[in-house]
Each structure stands twice: as C-alpha cells, then as structure tokens.
Ligand binder design. Structure first.
Ligand SMILES: *Cc1c(COP(=O)(O)O)cnc(C)c1O
Length: 336
C-alpha cells in the first residue's frame, strides 16, 4: 500500500490523537479502552468525512471541477464538511438533504449541521425520505452542467473507493501510532453507516496484514446488508490500492442491535452513552452515529464480547454539531 500514488489535498489536522480513556476503562471494568480522535480533524468542527474528502477533492480538481454536489440526511456531517472543503478550495457546494428524521422538534432543519451549512453558503434543497438520493444528486449535477458549471458529484457519506482511501490511510496512521507507543490493538470499534469508513479501515488493515478486528456498529441497515455493503466496497478499495490477496467477508463484522427505531432516532442506550462520555472523559459524541457506536461498544463489553485483557480502540467519527438538533435529550433544565 503506497497511497501517495493517489492525489490528495490537505483539509484537516493529521495525525489525529490516540488517547487512553482511563476513567471510562475503570468505570466499565472490561478491556483497556482507547479513543482515536477523528472528531478532531479540524474541518469546520471536524469528523470522519474530512479524510475521505482529501482524496475526493483531489480527484475533483484533477477533473477540472468548480462545483461540488453531494447529498445526505438533514443533519448530515458529510454535507457540512463537504461545504467547508468547498469554501477552502474556492468551489461552490450544492447539497440535497433527505428528510429522514421529522419528529425531533421545530429546530431540527435550522440548527446544528444545517446552521453550519448556512454559514458555509452551501446551497441545499430538501427531499422527502425514500428517494434514490444518489440518483437525485446526479440529476442535480447534470442540471448544473447544463448551466455551464463544472460539477463533481460526491455520493452520500463520500463512500466510494476514492473516499475509502482516506480510511485505508487512517488504518496506516493508527497502526503507526500504536507501534510507536507499544500498544497492541485487539479491536477497533466505530459507528458504520454509508460504509466507507469501515471499508477503508478493513482494506487498509488487510493491506498492512495487521490483525486488528474492525467492529462496525450499524446506525441504519440490518447486519447482513451492512456487512454486504462494507465487504463490497472494501474489496473494490483493496483492488484500487493494488492489494493482490482476496479480502474475505469474514473480515467484516457488524452489529445492528443499537440502531433502535431507525436512523437518527434516539435510543436510551445512545443518550446514556453520550452522557457517560461527557461525564467521564469530557468528550462529546453525537446522537446519530458515535453515540450509538459507543452504546454498541458498552453493550459488547457487558456481553463479554470485548473482554478484560484486550486493548480496544473506539474511533470517534465526530458529529457533535448534531447535538444541538437533539437538545431536548440532553438539556438539564426542566420545564417549570
Ligand atoms: C458519516 C458518519 C459516520 C459513518 O461513516 P460511514 O463512512 O458513512 O460509514 C460515523 N460517524 C459520524 C459522526 C458520521 O458523520
């Protein structure tokens, strides 16, 4: 694996820190727990999409684009980071926001990530839930092309092989950090959605021949669907990187017990996990992704899947801007 063969622009602060969570480790009484701070990538409050965008935007520039088009849910962290990347590189950004969540109060479509989209001058339009959003995005790009712009379409979550290179690179970064401090990592746990993060990690670790289990906590799809999506993208990414050996489906693990009622819908375990990280470590997770990812990690510790004696790294994928859209779950002020 030699990723300098691929174009990359600089958008974030790397390497992100790898830190021990001493308090959480003590409180949970299971494995030694570490956190990889990809919430600290720096791009307009950061998050995991920054790594993907470094490779995607290099491709956009190579193709002569002046405009980015992408899509996501209303509180998309991906859209926010794409909009910020566009500002930095002097491009326009158009986004389609899918109304997947409509029951979280009046402010949901104005605050959090949407407020930041406004501030970043992202041109967004809402769409009802259930359309083929990538097809909608491609159609918008076509319309902009007819108007004389040079659009580059980025699929939801930045999850294609080029975007996944960002997480193949993150795998190398993590292994180097762990090796530098003598840490033997057994398992890497994170929230998995559009699959690019997990696919890139699995492909990167496979290329490095690094025996670290990647454990995806699904935020939307059922287990079989998520494993299939991740495996397919991991294989394609592995091929793009130039790895010769097959990437077995057994390398992809996912749990779907922490989705709750649906994407972006709160669960008690998510609220508890977010409260626990804030109280124990002073770290903010998010309600849609990393809060459910952490709920999954805590659940797997309680079930004994993650055990005492193991070293577990939680990948913090960011998203805390979304907390403001779910303020009612976390505010300690009670109505009089
Ligand atoms: C997008 C996102 C994820 C999921 O990453 P995928 O590559 O889409 O699977 C996890 N956490 C946060 C905060 C995200 O914004």
């Amino acid at each position: 694996m030699h990723l300098a063969r691929f174009g990359r622009v600089s958008l974030g602060h790397f390497p992100t820190p790898l830190e021990k969570m001493e308090n959480l480790t003590k409180t949970l009484g299971g494995p030694q727990i570490w956190i990889k701070r990809d919430d600290c990538t720096g791009l307009a409050t950061g998050g995991n999409k920054t790594r993907k965008l470094e490779f995607l935007l290099a491709d956009a520039i190579a193709k002569g684009a002046d405009t980015l088009v992408t899509q996501g849910a209303t509180q998309s962290n991906h859209v926010r980071q794409t909009a910020a990347a566009a500002r930095k590189l002097g491009m326009q950004c158009f986004a389609l926001l899918e109304r997947r969540v409509t029951n979280q109060g009046d402010q949901y479509e104005q605050t959090g990530n949407v407020l930041f989209d406004d501030m970043l001058r992202c041109e967004y339009e809402f769409r009802p839930e259930g359309l083929d959003m990538n097809a909608e995005g491609e159609a918008l790009a076509e319309k902009l092309r007819d108007k004389g712009l040079k659009p580059y379409f980025i699929p939801g979550g930045g999850s294609n092989t080029i975007g996944a290179l960002g997480y193949a690179n993150a795998a190398a970064e993590l292994v180097y950090q762990a090796d530098s401090c003598g840490l033997k990592i057994d398992k890497l746990v994170h929230a998995t959605g559009s699959a690019g993060t997990q696919a890139g990690l699995v492909a990167g670790l496979h290329a490095l021949n690094a025996p670290i289990d990647v454990v995806g906590i699904s935020v939307r799809a059922n287990k079989e669907t998520q494993i299939t999506n991740v495996h397919k993208l991991a294989c394609a990414t592995s091929e793009l990187i130039g790895v010769k050996t097959d990437l077995s489906r057994d390398l992809v693990q996912a749990y779907d017990e922490y989705v709750g009622p649906g994407y972006g819908q709160p669960t008690d375990e998510m609220v508890d996990a977010i409260a626990m990280l804030a109280a124990e470590e002073g770290i903010f997770l998010d309600p849609v992704y990393s809060g459910k990812g952490m709920a999954g990690m805590i659940g797997l510790i309680k079930q004994g899947v993650l055990k005492a004696g193991e070293n577990v790294v939680f990948l913090h994928t960011g998203g805390s801007a979304g907390l403001f859209a779910y303020q009612h779950l976390f505010s300690r002020q009670k109505a009089a």
